[in-house]
Design a protein. Structure first.
Length: 491
């Protein structure tokens, strides 16, 4: 018996060390503080773009953010779990030149998983679409440009192989309900879903991707809507009863809509505001690189679903070379993209009497007057921006919330590293055509660029200096030059 005690003690000690090691691997924390500077009152485009709505539009400004999270355990030979859970909190405090202090919570969620299926509730930083999630200019449907919308979602964790196909086919799918708590209309809800298929085994040289995502703003009420019987019921409500949910999910209208309580003439086309993309991708893996080509086809109604608006959408190529151990300087990623939104299935929208409605007027909507935005920021591609973002002298400014949704834009993004420092370059050039409803007298061009560096402190582990420089020059935004200097510490 006495011989068992040292063995038992040693076993408990090893278990304790193992638990501590796992905890240290799964729990993480991070803090960051910095300042935004500009030679004008406006923060340059690429400093605030695709930052989940946390960077103020006005400069100078200060930023402090912290994060603590528990990640899922990585499946390996020593630690396999069918069930797992995670959590993340990411408070952000900003202060701008107008003496506006804001406390934001871009991430606050709890998640659980069983094998490849996950359920989460709260806000989470994420994008929706098929493409380069690291270096894209911004996906068409959901780009990470606005504050995340709180929601409840069930779906796969990435691509889950279907074993009965010998892992040749994998599925990436999710279904969500969100609370679109925008201040201008109360009670707006979000419906969101996506389904993507991958053809090719995980280690295949060639993989093919195809899928679709669908987002709908629906429901809501406001006092001013009582004066708009053309778009709401007499009590100022959009269709809000849960009996309408099937029309939202499957995007159809009953033939006897005029006899259904809660319908207005405007809803006779579809309930709510739909935005989405139909995506295609081709991935080629070689011994030296990974190449991904993709197309996100924009749609807002039937005309887009049947591709009447070709070639509208985001076209991209992402090149990732395999790491070379001997190189002190290396390019880690190169992304080229082209966005066009000029066609829009023609200039005229027909609610009834036409199979294909046309006049898509991307992101704008007659019922939801702030369209596909959330707290003043575009949810989708940042190159269709709210009018408040443009310089007062810009030719595209008009009465619509998104006054410039006909755009041609080219983009180059490069990510590189030198020793332990990482660098990133983003450049975009666009020509802007306003809207079909209110075309501008001239078509302004816009160049925007960003160069960033993350440099480690050699004496302080996991501590980095962050430096960013950005430039705007053209006819959309205030011509400006600015930057960000900060420090980040991770544990």
């Amino acid at each position: 018996m006495s011989g068992l005690r040292p063995l038992l003690f040693t076993t408990l000690l090893l278990i304790g060390y193992r638990y501590q090691a796992i905890s240290q691997q799964l729990w993480h924390a991070e803090v960051e503080a910095g300042s935004i500077l500009s030679n004008q009152s406006a923060t340059p485009f690429w400093l605030r773009t695709n930052q989940y709505g946390i960077i103020p539009n006005q400069a100078p400004a200060g930023l402090f953010q912290a994060a603590v999270w528990k990640s899922y355990a990585k499946p390996d030979s020593t630690h396999l779990q069918k069930f797992d859970w995670g959590i993340k909190l990411n408070p952000v405090v900003t202060y701008d030149k107008l003496n506006h202090a804001k406390v934001l919570l871009p991430e606050a969620h709890l998640k659980v998983r069983y094998k490849a299926i996950e359920l989460y509730v709260g806000r989470r930083r994420e994008v929706t679409g098929l493409g380069d999630t690291t270096l894209s200019s911004g996906f068409y449907a959901v780009s990470g440009n606005a504050l995340p919308i709180p929601k409840l979602q069930i779906g796969t964790i990435g691509y889950a192989p279907l074993h009965f196909t010998h892992d040749f086919v994998a599925i990436n799918a999710a279904f969500a309900h969100g609370w679109f708590n925008a201040p201008y209309i109360q009670g707006i809800r979000l419906h969101q879903k996506h389904l993507y298929l991958r053809f090719g085994k995980p280690r295949s040289v060639l993989k093919i991707y195809a899928g679709v995502n669908h987002q709908v703003q629906w429901a809501g009420h406001a006092e001013f809507l009582k004066q708009r019987p053309d778009i709401a019921d007499p009590n100022g409500y959009f269709p809000s009863d849960w009996s309408f949910y099937k029309y939202v999910v499957f995007s159809y209208t009953p033939k006897d809509w005029s006899n259904v309580a809660g319908y207005s003439y405007f809803d006779s086309y579809r309930v709510g505001n739909s935005v989405g993309s139909i995506d295609f991708g081709l991935e080629l893996n070689t011994k030296k690189s990974r190449l991904l080509g993709y197309y996100q086809h924009a749609y807002e109604d039937v005309s887009g679903i049947v591709f009447k608006n070709l070639p509208d959408g985001l076209w991209g190529i992402s090149y990732v070379p395999k790491p070379q151990k001997s190189a002190s300087f290396r390019v880690n990623r190169l992304t080229l993209e082209f966005l066009t939104t000029k066609d829009q299935s023609g200039s005229t929208f027909y609610i009834q009497g036409s199979s294909y409605q046309g006049g898509d007027n991307y992101y704008n909507h007659s019922q939801y007057t702030e369209g596909w935005s959330y707290f003043g920021r575009t949810i989708g591609t940042p190159f269709i921006a709210p009018g408040q973002d443009y310089a007062d002298s810009s030719a595209v400014k008009n009465g619509q919330f998104f006054p410039n949704n006909r755009v041609n834009m080219g983009y180059v993004g490069i990510q590189a590293s030198y020793r332990n420092a990482t660098f990133m370059l983003r450049t975009s050039f666009s020509k802007n055509y306003g809207t079909f409803r209110e075309p501008p007298k001239s078509y302004p061009t816009q160049f925007s660029g960003l160069l960033t560096a993350q440099i480690p402190f050699t004496r302080w582990p996991n501590t980095y200096i962050l430096a960013k420089a950005a430039l705007d020059n053209g006819g959309l935004y205030t011509n400006s030059f600015g930057g960000y200097v900060g420090i980040k510490k991770s544990w």
